[in-house]
Design a protein around this ligand. Structure first.
Ligand code: FUB
Length: 283
């Protein structure tokens, strides 16, 4: 693999596996104040050669309740339908399609989570589906909000929302399960900081209670000129027992910053005792 894996400026990459194919859904980056308006999708069977499927959701034409600040999409499949959770004007929406390449249409015609629904920013959604098929929604900057999603994938019971604020938490909650252990990862510091990084905690349940912050998963490597590493996603390789990959963004090389970011993919390993080993970011 050669990083970055996508052309141009992209960020907040959500890497998922549908069948034997990897799909990447990033923020389109490179705009002042993160003011992009469109999402694209990319697919690959080898994490190296990527097909650009073009614009899959355009706030201008597909969403009535927001025009800009299209951030941090999260993708999940359920019963043959493909759901795309996304931020727009610091609220969270959900769109649905019959194909991972869209076209996606607004599932609700309104935000799933309004910008003022809870304290802090209603951004950075992520859906984890457990082995028993139950889906859980995570989101939030400033705090990690966590709730079971209803089976329709577009609603939840507000009375069941939990708020978790790990030491160092800023944004971009992401959950995986391995050997019965749930791993909650998140990004620390500001995406404009070279020290933007990923850390994690574990639990025996998808909604916690979560243990104390265990360690950093991914951080800058100044010797390689790799800075601002965060807002990640993690997948197990299709057909593998224990091969994992992490997609994340970092300042574009050369000359990038917090609004000119690039998407990279690297390997993620676990140690014998189930800890996440520190990722080696690569060029
Ligand atoms: O890309 C816009 C915002 O920057 C995301 O929502 C945050 O996670 C940060 O990466």
């Amino acid at each position: 693999m050669s990083n970055p894996v996508l052309p141009g400026f992209t960020a907040d990459p959500h890497l998922v596996v549908y069948g034997d194919t990897y799909w990447l859904y990033p923020t389109t980056d490179g705009f002042d104040d993160w003011s992009g308006t469109r999402f694209r999708a990319y697919s690959s069977t080898d994490l190296t050669r990527w097909t650009d499927h073009g614009v899959i959701l355009d706030l201008a034409t597909d969403i009535t309740w927001a025009d800009a600040y299209a951030w941090a999409p999260a993708a999940v499949e359920r019963d043959g339908r493909y759901y795309l959770y996304f931020c727009a004007e610091r609220a969270i929406g959900v769109a649905v399609a019959d194909s991972p390449a869209g076209p996606f249409r607004d599932a609700l015609g309104a935000p799933l989570i309004a910008a003022d629904a809870y304290p802090d920013q209603m951004i950075d959604p992520m859906v984890f589906v457990d082995d028993d098929g139950r889906p859980y929604l995570y989101w939030g900057q400033g705090a990690s909000y966590q709730v079971p999603l209803h089976d329709d994938m577009v609603s939840f019971d507000p009375a069941r929302v939990r708020v978790h604020t790990p030491e160092g938490y800023n944004e971009a909650s992401f959950v995986i399960k391995r050997d019965g252990v749930y791993y909650l990862m998140w990004s620390e510091n500001d995406t404009r900081s070279a020290d933007y990084r990923v850390a994690y905690a574990t639990s025996g349940h998808p909604l916690g209670p979560w243990g104390a912050r265990r360690d950093v998963v991914l951080a800058k490597d100044e010797a390689q000129g790799i800075l601002g590493t965060g807002h990640h996603s993690v997948v197990r390789a299709p057909g593998s027992d224990d091969d994992w990959f992490i997609a994340y963004h970092r300042f574009a090389i050369p000359g990038g910053d917090g609004t000119h970011r690039e998407t990279a993919v690297d390997r993620l390993h676990f140690t014998g005792d189930g800890a996440i080993a520190r990722v080696t970011p690569t060029r």
